[in-house]
Ligand binder design. Structure first.
Ligand SMILES: [Mg+2]
Length: 278
């Protein structure tokens, strides 16, 4: 059933790998697709690494992809701001990967260092900031919460943009809080709602991949482990979807799914996809 597709879009965490371990069948499937001259893209909401770092990570796992076939919520956020508001100033809650992508896009990151709790919270020039950007931040701390809240509450012209809204992030040992946790905290404290979420399920990432591939939506398929982002987003963008049960979703979660919000295909892991090809 997979052979008919030309363009294969993959989520990363929970589909191809968990942290640095490839999931069953993942590398085999990618190699098979390469051999068949299919187009391969990674669409990840993970904003903690740069595309270059992802390229390196994938290479270490055994697959080489061109950088423009790696789309992350961080690189897309950077590209979005570059188009919409070049050279603007951003206050960032997020890890180095996000800050690096924003800098590469020519944006001014006003807090381009790892802020510590010992810092004077108000020792930062808040006046020229255009955006508060949030992504998953495993060094989230009081100073960052206080500064971002201060900006959102006192500067109404500042826009609140998030790389992604995933509440959880899968690791080998279990789920940990994801980018959505940072949004929830700031929304509660500032009494404002995030204005734009760039990553999946928004269509931007899917549309960007299809346009780079110069492919057609009906000849494209998205493999994801999260219904409310990967699968819902693919359905909304008009792209075929395959739920892979090697990540955050289990068969039990599928019980109360509405008919049209579900995946077109369900497999246990990419080993099933390899077997389907053979
Ligand atoms: Mg995932």
């Amino acid at each position: 059933m997979f052979e008919i597709f030309e363009t294969f879009l993959f989520d990363g965490d929970g589909v191809l790998y968990k942290e640095n371990s490839p999931l069953p069948g993942a590398m085999e499937f990618l190699h098979l697709l390469e051999k068949k001259d299919k187009q391969i893209f990674i669409l990840t909401n993970n904003s903690t690494k740069t595309r270059k770092e992802f390229q390196e990570k994938l290479k270490n796992l055994g697959i080489s992809l061109p950088i423009n076939h790696i789309l992350t919520s961080a690189s897309l956020t950077a590209e979005y701001l570059k188009q919409k508001a070049p050279n603007s100033s951003v206050y960032v809650i997020g890890e180095q990967g996000l800050k690096q992508e924003l800098l590469l896009a020519g944006l001014d990151v006003v807090n381009n260092w790892e802020e510590k709790n010992e810092e004077d919270i108000f020792n930062l020039n808040f006046d020229n900031i255009d955006y508060v950007i949030t992504g998953m931040d495993r060094n989230f701390n009081y100073t960052k919460i206080a500064r971002a809240t201060h900006i959102l509450v006192n500067y109404k012209n500042v826009q609140f943009i998030a790389t992604n809204g995933d509440f959880t992030f899968p690791t080998v040992k279990g789920l940990i809080p994801g980018g959505g946790a940072m949004i929830a905290m700031l929304e509660a404290l500032s009494n404002r709602k995030v204005e734009t979420i760039i990553g999946k399920p928004a269509s931007l990432m899917y549309e960007t991949a299809i346009s780079i591939a110069r492919s057609k939506k009906d000849l494209s398929i998205m493999f994801g482990d999260r219904i409310e982002t990967d699968i819902y987003g693919a359905n909304k963008a008009g792209i075929n979807s395959c739920l892979v049960l090697s990540g955050v979703t289990s068969m039990n979660d599928l019980g109360d799914l509405e008919e049209d919000s579900g995946p077109d295909i369900i497999i246990n892991n990419l080993e099933d996809a390899v077997n389907d090809f053979n």
